[in-house]
Write a protein that binds this ligand. Structure first.
Ligand code: NAG
Length: 274
């Protein structure tokens, strides 16, 4: 039987306590009382057929502690939403500047190859939903979830901000050509997808509900993620580059996958030639 339209398991506000969680704790499947499908790592509700299948794609490097917190809270939330889902952590396994756009494209390609998801959510590892009514599902427009962040006193930081967590259907991701691959380091790639999404006529949806709040884990600047100096120049050419830089120009080399109990980790290493 199909799960109800509104899950009876939702509790509303989530109290977030960021201390002392470790990866081991998040891997305790018993604690989370979740069940497995035949596809490894594919979670589903135990007593009804899910209405939605969601892939969570996390561009990642060197944030193990954040990942513990992230997995701990997100598994509980997705379980209460009665979703079928898989979490993919895409790990940039080299010491080049962090490339969030490229990692997001790799995650989408990998996930959509594995299964047909209704929703592909690109999600930063340091943002945690403060309410389980923030539905991790997609929409006719591309959905931006993380627009009220603790870091910005729960205000939309600027019109057109599309960072943090954003959900696409397969069609939306493919038609907007995903993320740009050519932003190296911090900043701009999220402003670039905002342009893509609007140019291709989808638009961005932000819920009017006041409970769409996210805690952002405090951290210093990562040494491998310096601000990308050329980002404004790149952004200026974003419109012309939609169809030439993105999912369709992605070259994947040296991909390795490791299946953990609660998520799949994909390592990508840039070879010297690209
Ligand atoms: C903007 C950044 C954006 C970032 C946002 C919030 C640029 C061009 N854009 O200024 O990437 O997500 O701040 O911190 O730098």
């Amino acid at each position: 039987e199909l799960c109800p339209k509104t899950s009876p398991l939702l509790k509303g506000t989530i109290t977030i306590n960021l201390s002392g969680l470790t990866i081991n704790e998040t891997e305790s499947t018993k604690k989370m009382s979740l069940y497995w499908l035949s596809v490894p790592l594919y979670r589903r509700p135990s007593d009804c057929k899910c209405r939605n299948k969601t892939a969570i794609i996390v561009p990642f490097r060197d944030r193990e502690q954040h990942l513990s917190y992230f997995l701990y809270y997100l598994h509980r939330l997705l379980h209460r939403q009665q979703l079928c889902y898989v979490i993919f952590v895409v790990d940039q396994n080299d010491d080049k500047p962090f490339n969030r756009g490229r990692l997001s494209n790799v995650g989408f390609k990998y996930a959509s190859n594995l299964s047909n998801f209704d929703c592909y959510i690109i999600h930063d590892v340091d943002m945690i939903a403060e309410d389980d009514r923030i539905m991790y599902t997609c929409n006719r427009q591309v959905v931006h979830y993380t627009f009220l962040l603790s870091k910005f006193n729960y205000n939309l930081v600027y019109h057109g901000y599309a960072g943090g967590g954003i959900g696409y259907t397969k069609e939306q991701f493919e038609k907007t050509n995903g993320f740009p691959n050519e932003y190296y380091g911090w900043g701009g790639e999220d402003d670039d997808i905002n342009i893509r999404i609007n140019e291709k006529g989808f638009g961005i949806y932000r819920s009017p509900e006041p409970f769409y709040r996210f805690t952002m884990i405090r951290h210093g600047r990562d040494s491998g993620n310096p601000p990308y100096v050329g980002r404004m120049e790149r952004l200026g050419k974003a419109r012309q580059r939609i169809d030439v830089d993105g999912l369709n120009s992605l070259v994947i080399t040296n991909l390795k996958e490791v299946k953990h109990k609660t998520y799949t980790r994909i390592y990508i290493t840039r070879s010297r030639s690209c």
